[in-house]
Ligand binder design. Structure first.
Ligand code: ATP
Ligand code: MG
Length: 413
């Protein structure tokens, strides 16, 4: 921590109203540039990268391939679908090149991906294709009061798949639902994340959102926990009819939309002429799906759901470091340094509080920063029974272990 560039702050900036941002700023994870715009500092970046890595592994499992598309986009592509219009899309950031040419900043990449794919797609033998990226999207959001849960610049994972038939798209779409469930499970919010009927299906009646129960969210869904049915209030009436459930059976809960997937059928490829030749040599429109996860929003939701009055609480899979080592006293510093080396040499991410600070300050900062396990290595234990405290951040429970037991415990995490 003497070398960590950020320091904890006593207070979040005035005017920051979102709890997730307040805590992340105070704990040194993010910096606020302006409303809805945040920089991710070394600690925050580690969390983001952990979330991305989980998503990357799951998208790779459904045979998708990672790429990165450009942020600057051509107006002409968006005119093909009518979505250059500011009336239709109310979040555009636009600018002009020096010669006056209009350009847009990517708020999604559906049109650009179709354009890219039509350069490569020839035959049914090329299909299916699935590609994804992690990218900062830019959206001129009207209100940005939810901290990193609603950014004007935010990280999204967006994936696009194209297929030669409805059956192929449908079955891929279902495999993505399963992959998404694994992602949210690994983030630690799976139990409270629901596949939700939502609006926005152009080809199908509904799209599917992934909605996590969260007081800081901006959506409401209607939930049947027993039947595992969830419906966004936007489409309540249509969905109730379709699903044959009674409104009185459903519970209204506040949620945050952490993902959204769409089955476009052939709508987009008809608009933009994305075609391939089938086995008979006939030209066909490709079937397309689009699949988003709000990476930075997920991070905000995790903060909101797990933080307590002392600070952040990270689930182990996304924590920036697994172990927070608090060194106290002269012998404590030395042994804690040795312990830190032993962990890091064996691939366990650890943070060592080697600052010349009072124990109370170190403990308060450890609680604010929220790493899953705190280990206190101090003179008192060294001179006494040789047993050190291991405290779980989420529960506050403390156990005592000798040096070797601590090493074994950490290496097994
Ligand atoms: P919302 O209804 O919350 O504005 P959206 O439906 O417009 O979101 P999508 O286009 O479906 O968003 O984007 C895919 C995912 O990206 C969303 O499910 C959400 O998790 C995330 N997301 C969307 N807008 C933002 C934002 N401004 N900040 C952070 N994450 C966002
Ligand atoms: Mg959405």
């Amino acid at each position: 921590m003497t070398q960590l560039f950020t320091k904890t702050l006593k207070q979040a900036p005035a005017g920051e109203v979102a709890r997730n941002a307040q805590l992340l700023i105070r704990a040194g994870y993010v910096h606020k540039t302006m409303a809805g715009v945040y920089s991710f500092l070394p600690l925050g970046l580690r969390v983001l990268e952990n979330i991305k890595q989980i998503v990357r592994e799951e998208m790779d499992k459904v045979n998708s391939q990672e790429l990165v598309m450009s942020t600057l986009q051509r107006k002409e592509l968006w005119q093909e679908t009518g979505r250059w219009s500011d009336e239709l899309v109310d979040v555009w950031f636009k600018s002009k090149l020096q010669d006056g040419t209009d350009i847009g900043f990517g708020w999604t990449h559906e049109e650009p991906i179709v354009d890219l794919l039509r350069n490569y797609l020839k035959s049914y033998k090329d299909l299916p294709i699935s590609v994804y990226q992690f990218q900062n999207k830019l959206r001129n959001e009207l209100r940005a009061k939810s901290g990193i849960m609603r950014g004007r610049e935010f990280m999204m994972k967006d994936m696009y798949s194209i297929h030669d038939s409805k059956e192929s798209l449908d079955s891929y779409y279902n495999s993505v639902i399963e992959a998404y469930k694994r992602c949210y499970g690994r983030f630690g919010i799976g139990d409270e994340t629901y596949v939700t009927f939502a609006s926005g299906g152009a080809f199908t009646k509904f799209s599917h959102e992934f909605q996590t129960i969260c007081d800081a969210g901006e959506d409401y869904i209607y939930l049947h926990r027993g039947k595992n049915i969830a419906v966004n209030e936007e489409v309540l009436d249509e969905a109730i009819e379709e699903l044959g459930v009674d409104r009185s059976e459903l519970e209204k809960v506040k949620t945050a939309e952490v993902g959204n997937i769409f089955n476009f059928g052939t709508q987009k490829s008809e608009e933009m002429k994305l075609v391939f030749t089938d086995a008979e040599g006939k030209e066909q429109y490709a079937y397309m799906g689009s699949y988003g996860i709000g990476i930075t929003r997920v991070m905000g939701v995790i903060v909101e759901k797990f933080a307590d009055d002392k600070g952040l609480v990270w689930p182990e899979n996304v924590a920036p470091f697994k172990v927070h080592i608090v060194a106290i006293g002269e012998k404590g510093q030395e042994l804690a340094g040795k312990f830190y080396d032993e962990l890091t040499n064996n691939g366990v991410d650890a943070l060592l509080d080697d600052r010349d600070e009072r124990p109370g300050v170190k403990f308060a900062d450890a609680e604010l920063m929220g790493l899953p396990w705190r280990i206190t290595i101090g003179d008192r234990a060294i001179d006494g029974d040789g047993l050190f405290e291991l405290t779980e951040r989420a529960t506050g429970e403390t156990r005592k272990m000798d040096y070797q037991q601590l090493v074994d415990f950490c290496l097994s995490r």
